[in-house]
Every structure is written in structure tokens, then in C-alpha cells.
Design a protein around this ligand. Structure first.
Ligand code: SF4
Length: 320
């Protein structure tokens, strides 16, 4: 395995202004750091609203970072102007959560898939573009004949395959998969995950795989990062996090994963109490202290840094 770091995110911050309060900001991503080696899968997990999708969109520069570094294959793209982002856009592609809204309804499948090729001036002739689109469609199990149709003529699973073909046609090195199966029927989720896993292995792709629960990333990730209210609270090799979660929030997320039951519907143990607080006024100290069963007086005062432990683990909690 090539140990070269492909993606190095350092102290990334993304704040959004609040419409009716000029002094307030939404603390969507606060001081997040992690790295992903080439050909590895980093699963980023957390409840809805924890900042994981904003983090992904900031890394690919859909959103302008507030501060921090986004180092891709040795080059920092965090503060480069849009006109200098072409190498980033070629190296890094994104597969979006909702295949219903992420594909332009007015464009044919051919135009959707060929769009990034045109934007980067990659295919010289119409014939070359047509062949590349046909190969991309066949690569995701669709037919070249589908190229003249529109996205609405396809099922959710087929649309997500079109989204994958669009990402892969650029031959990227990193793919950000932003909850790529959560909008799909349960019956086809496994097919799409298996396809993504297959491409990842075949082309030694590096993935940042976003999901809202730990069960979804279990079989695809090498390393898992857990986010809570804009902060990375735990990083751990995937094999260990399910056996020995350290952070109380990770432990709560795992309790919320449904356990198969012999008596019918899957059983879910007590999840995390309370709602995720507002990212405009996040709690002082440890942001999880308002919901943590193990909180101590220090937790309200001091924000715990992500402490590096043995075995590639890291945890942000005063208990460690
Ligand atoms: Fe709980 Fe305190 Fe650890 Fe935060 S720092 S997770 S409040 S024990």
C-alpha cells in the first residue's frame, strides 16, 4: 500500500454569516484536522447538522474555507483563487447524496457526464467524448444507449450510477462520497456501496465517505472520524471503533445502530439524549457536555483537544 498522504486537512474552519445578526456566525466546521493515505477510505460520521457535509464541500472548494489548509497530493488549495483550482477539480470529484436533485433535469445523460470533460477541455472531438461517455455508462452497469435520455427517466439507483459515472470519467484520485446511498431504496443500497468499493479497489482511489450512522461506513472504511457540532471528536481504525469506542458521543452513536432481533423489527438501544445544540451558539468547553452522561465540571470550561493515542487513534475528551 502506498503510504503517501493524498488528502491532508489541517485546522479547517468554515463559518457562515447569520442573516439577521451581523455579529453571529454558524460554527459549521471548527478546527478539523485529519489525513487520508492514497488508496484508503476515511469514513466521516455524525448526526445530521454536525458539519460533515459542509466539511466535505469546503474541502472540494464548493464553499470558501474561513481558514485552515486543504493539502491535496502535496499542494495546498485552501486559499487559491477559483482560477487556480483546475488541478483540484481534476484530482477530486464528488458523488452527491440526492441523485434526484443533483442531476440537471434539462440535460441529457450524455451532457451531464460529458460536462466535466468539456469544462477541462479533455476530449478533443465529439466522437472521442461520445466514446468516453459510453465507456463510463457501461462501467457503472448502464448501457451506452441511455446517453440520449434524461435523468428523470431513470430510477434512483440508476441516477446514482449516472452520478458515479460523471465523477469517474475525470479519472480522479480522490472521491468525496456524500451520503451516496441514504436517499436510495434499502434494496439497492448494497449494490451501490459494492460498486463504489469495487472502483475504489480497482483504481486505488482515495475516498472520503460521509455517512450519518456508523453502520453505513462499517464495511467501506479503513479509518473513521466522528464529528459532533463542527468538531472532530474521535479518529480510529475502522476495525477497532466498533469494538472499543472511546468518546461518549461515539458510544452513543453505536448504541443507536439497530441490532438485528429474532422477534421481528431490529432493536435499537437508548441513543443519545437530547437534540444537537445550535451551531450559532455552541456550548462552552466540550460541545458535547449538554448531552454527555459522563460530563465533569471541567467539561463546561475547557474544550478538549484531539489527543493522539497509540495505534493511530485520537480522541477529544477530558476522560483520556
Ligand atoms: Fe463528556 Fe466531558 Fe468527554 Fe465531553 S469532555 S465527552 S462532556 S466526558
Amino acid at each position: 500500500m502506498d503510504k503517501r498522504v493524498m488528502l491532508d486537512v489541517v485546522n479547517l474552519v468554515k463559518h457562515f454569516p447569520v442573516k439577521h445578526d451581523r455579529r453571529a456566525v454558524v460554527h459549521a466546521v471548527d478546527d478539523v484536522s485529519f489525513s487520508v493515505e492514497r488508496g484508503r477510505v476515511f469514513g466521516l460520521v455524525g448526526e445530521s447538522g454536525c458539519g460533515k457535509s459542509t466539511c466535505a464541500r469546503t474541502i472540494i472548494r464548493i464553499y470558501e474555507p474561513t481558514s485552515g489548509s486543504i493539502i491535496v497530493d502535496g499542494e495546498d488549495y485552501a486559499s487559491k483563487p477559483e482560477r487556480e483550482l483546475s488541478p483540484l477539480r481534476r484530482k477530486m470529484q464528488m458523488i452527491f447524496q440526492d441523485p434526484y436533485s443533483s442531476l440537471n433535469a434539462r440535460m441529457t445523460v450524455h451532457d451531464i457526464i460529458a460536462e466535466p470533460l468539456r469544462a477541462h477541455g479533455i476530449c478533443a472531438s465529439r466522437r472521442e467524448t461520445g466514446e468516453a461517455v459510453r465507456d463510463a455508462l457501461e462501467g457503472v452497469g448502464l448501457s451506452g444507449k441511455h446517453a440520449d435520455r434524461y435523468a428523470h427517466e431513470f430510477s434512483g439507483g440508476q441516477r446514482q450510477r449516472i452520478g458515479i459515472a460523471r465523477a469517474l470519467i475525470m479519472r480522479p484520485e480522490i472521491i468525496i462520497c456524500d451520503e451516496p446511498i441514504s436517499a436510495l431504496d434499502v434494496s439497492i443500497q448494497a449494490q451501490v456501496v459494492n460498486m463504489l468499493r469495487d472502483f475504489q479497489e480497482r483504481f486505488s482511489l482515495t475516498y472520503l465517505f460521509i455517512a450519518h450512522d456508523l453502520s453505513m461506513v462499517r464495511y467501506v472504511s479503513d479509518v473513521i472520524g466522528v464529528m459532533y457540532l463542527g468538531k472532530l471528536v474521535e479518529v480510529c481504525p475502522a476495525a477497532e471503533i466498533y469494538e472499543d469506542p472511546l468518546h461518549p458521543y461515539t458510544q452513543g452513536l453505536l448504541r443507536a445502530v439497530p441490532i438485528p432481533s429474532r422477534r421481528g423489527a431490529p432493536r435499537t438501544e437508548r441513543a443519545i439524549e437530547g437534540d444537537i445544540p445550535s451551531p450559532i451558539h455552541p456550548p462552552s468547553g466540550c460541545r458535547f457536555h449538554t448531552r454527555c452522561r459522563r460530563r465533569m465540571p471541567v467539561c463546561e470550561e475547557l474544550s478538549p483537544p484531539l489527543k493522539q493515542l497509540e495505534g493511530g487513534r485520537g480522541v477529544a475528551c477530558h476522560l483520556y
